[in-house]
Design a protein around this ligand. Structure first.
Ligand code: GUN
Ligand code: ZN
Length: 438
């Protein structure tokens, strides 16, 4: 028998975005800031949310109120692209994408054949997500089914809403990391049957990127997607100029990089493409028409020298976008730090990224990119109760900076610019405290 999740009552200062929007200019109107609020969760979901004054008729009498008088509580942050096996190789020196993969990434990933090793890193990884206030992530594993089991088992301990999948890769990689078109299909299918919709876990069909899959394997990936339409597709797209030229060489019959995935039935409402730094006009159009999503990974794009992602275009072209840390090409697990770099990437293109737009991308917008905005992303009643308690004054510099702040907008912007895991005081998953700094 499973015990019913107890009721949790949280009091504090809350900030979220009430509704998804179709233009950045509409975000400010949807900001909900409650200086003294109450959040009541039951069975992992939000049962009530509002001001302290309005809460009096709703407060259960027998539950202790967890009060955070000086903190800021926001919805759990969402990482739309990250590799758990690359946790140990963050900060690998000197290469751009293709040589970085061969020199550092593939040797690291070979180790995940070993179930015990995969379990050790999976546990560390999940704890690191929580420590950084990330409550949902779309995750690459390795080619080994063991790596998927290890990750989902670690996430299950916290009832985390995680999406992940086994890498499909049958060429242009070391033998020890290659599957076949057939075995990738069989292994992925077995993992879908085992994990998709099991508790809060969801599965993503995960061809690494077009160059490491044969046409036969992409065909099998498409077949799987057709058989399980509500499963995700997760891959890389248009990250680096040499990569793009290689794809054009390998798939001359296709109109471009994205058309390779589109041809095999891999675009759609639950397809997430990491990077998209160098998309062509026709590709933006295809992303929009298929309702596919982009994971914008600024720390990775800067670290690998891939290029500057034009965030403004996602609004112009009406393409869904979320933020990704892309560990280990990305350099931080923190979505606060990811926003910091996202801001600078826009500055270099003459564009602005407001604090509220950043909050949107890190929460509700990310949820929308993952087709989970009916379940995650804000404090609306009925949603799953994943949230983060932030200490805005975790360092001496932050204390000074925040003491000069006159608005929530400015406080949030300062947090995004100089904040990191030190600002995460507690992380709640499904109404329960899963991480506490103290
Ligand atoms: N493209 C194909 N594989 C990878 C990877 O592991 N990381 C990044 N950043 N890009 C990729
Ligand atoms: Zn990646």
């Amino acid at each position: 028998m499973t015990l019913a999740t107890p009721i949790t009552v949280i009091r504090g200062r809350f900030l979220d975005i009430q509704k998804t929007v179709s233009q950045a200019t509409e975000i400010a109107d949807q900001v909900r800031y409650i200086e003294d609020g109450i959040l009541i969760t039951e069975q992992g979901k939000i049962r009530w949310f509002g001001t302290w004054d309005a809460a009096q008729d709703h407060l259960p009498t027998d539950v202790e109120i967890q009060h955070y008088p000086d903190q800021l509580i926001i919805p759990g942050m969402i990482d739309t692209h990250i590799h758990f096996p690359q946790t140990e190789m963050v900060g690998a020196y000197g290469e751009q994408l293709l040589s970085w993969l061969n020199t550092y990434t593939f040797p690291t990933e070979i180790q995940f054949k070993d179930q015990a090793y995969a379990e050790e890193i999976a546990k560390f990884f999940v704890q690191e997500l929580l420590k950084n206030g990330t409550t949902t992530a779309l995750v690459f594993c390795t080619v080994h089914p063991e790596s998927v089991n290890a990750l989902f088992e670690a996430a299950e301990q916290y009832q985390m809403r995680l999406i992940a999948g086994k890498v499909m890769m049958d060429r242009h990689a070391p033998e020890a990391l290659c599957d076949t078109a057939e075995s990738a299909y069989d292994d992925s299918k077995a993992l879908i049957e085992k994990w998709h919709g099991q508790g809060r876990t969801l599965y993503a069909i995960t061809p690494r990127f077009a160059p490491t899959s044969t046409p036969e394997q992409l065909e099998k990936a498409g077949q799987l997607k057709a058989e399980y339409p509500d499963v995700y597709v997760h891959t890389h797209l248009s990250e680096n100029k040499d990569e793009i030229a290689w794809v054009k060489d390998l798939f001359p019959a296709q109109k471009g990089y994205l058309d390779v995935y589109h041809h095999y039935g891999l675009t759609g409402q639950r397809s997430v493409f990491a990077h998209c730094v160098h998309l062509e006009d026709a590709e933006w159009k295809c992303m929009h028409e298929t309702n596919s999503a982009i994971a914008f990974c600024p720390t990775s794009n800067l670290f690998l020298g891939s290029g500057l992602f034009p965030l403004k275009k996602t609004w112009e072209q009406q393409v869904k976008v979320g933020l990704g840390t892309d560990i280990g090409a990305g350099t931080s697990f923190s979505l606060l730090q990811t926003v910091n770099e996202a801001y600078k990437v826009q500055q270099l293109q003459g564009d602005k990224l407001s604090a509220f737009e950043s909050l949107y991308h890190a929460t509700l917008g990310g949820a929308k990119a993952l087709d989970l905005d009916d379940k995650l992303g804000n404090f609306n009643i009925g949603k799953e109760a994943d949230f983060v308690v932030l200490n805005l004054q975790a360092t001496a510099l932050q204390q000074l900076r925040q003491s000069r702040s006159k608005s929530i907008d400015d406080s949030l912007f300062a947090l995004f610019t100089i904040g990191d895991d030190r600002n995460i005081e507690a992380t709640y998953i499904y109404g329960q405290k899963a991480y506490s700094a103290n």
